[in-house]
Design a protein around this ligand. Sequence first.
Ligand code: UT7
Length: 374
Amino acid sequence: MTSQEPTAVITSQGPTAVINGIGSCLPPWILSNEDVARRGGLETTDEWIRTRTGIARRRQVHAGTSTGDLAVAAGRAALASAGASADLVIVATTTPDRRCPATAPEVAHRLGLGTVPAFDLAAVCSGFLYGLTVATALIRSGDCTRPLVIGAETYSTIVDPLDRDTAVIFGDGAGAVLLRAGERGEPGALEAVHLGADGSGSDLIAIAAGGSRRPDSARTSRDARYFRMSGREVYAQAVQRMTESSRSVLESAAWQPAGLGAFIGHQANQRILDSVAERLAVPAHCRFGNIREVGNTAAASIPLALAHTAARRVVRPGARSLLTAFGGGLTWGSVALRWPSAAPCTADPETRSVLSTSHRAPRRKSCSPSTTIS
Ligand code: UT7
């Protein structure tokens, strides 16, 4: 597969995956731009952050709350939204609870899913769309019937609070979808996907130390310990790759941008999203997102924006919709799907009693309504 060719996961024949449940979880601590600027050391302002990124505030976990906690809460909400259980769990994340083992098996356990297969997926901000693609392939092969795909992040644990390129844009959160087998054309159906990667840009978004190439030690510098991003170069790549990938997936689905009912891009920077949408000629009324309220939540970005948009009930179920993402690796991906009919649910990550309760397939009406963030 070259960067311009669609993956062969979803073809015109046979079943595909359908989004059957949507869940989200935001930690309650809200950090405004003024809060970030007040911390000192960044020499930034609310005005700069708003005009250059479109972000007004972001969420952050309190010490002791992990990515897995957010993933469990969002996953539980997606199961409640569908009123069903899962037979596989994928957690897309850059910020796993531990370097070893993966976060997903413990998430599955805490969700009361028994011994279902569970694994993490590392594709940084494109991780959720990579996860959707893998889950769809497993449904099509018959190896699973109800995969739960979660994007969850706690970037506050890896971002340098003194780094201007990252401290102002990243936030914490989680989103999840439960998939089932279904037919193309029905609400929630994945119609086409496109994935790509270019490792020649692997240094543009990276944490230099802490892996096998450069293990963490007492001598690890501040620069190498934290998440770093070459902002301007990444910006240009993000616009180019998300535009090209979107064109590829629209071509595979035989859809025109003018016929879209919803466009959701990775919530990296509002200016990037506007550039991609302009280049694709996506009509303004169908561009959705929540960057103003949650910032860039990496692998959680797309499912959170999907959940918050679905909660507003502004898109007709079944409408042609486009998701596109770009992130470290470099990686990128796009999905053409029919807008789901599922009513999203939210969960509070810091309510321990809820988190520790085993999942018992709830009925749809038992879930709490999703927070509306426009
Ligand atoms: O999620 C994975 C993918 N990530 C992305 O796609 C993010 C891509 N990059 C970006 O979103 C943007 O590059 C940033 C938000 C990181 C930076 O915005 P920018 O518009 O590219 O800023 P810049 O680096 O071109 O700097 C422009 C000006 C400079 O000042 P001068 O030289 O023009 O006087 C910077 O010093 O803005 C200044 N600046 C800031 N000022 C206040 C840079 N960062 C800040 C800041 N606060 N945080």
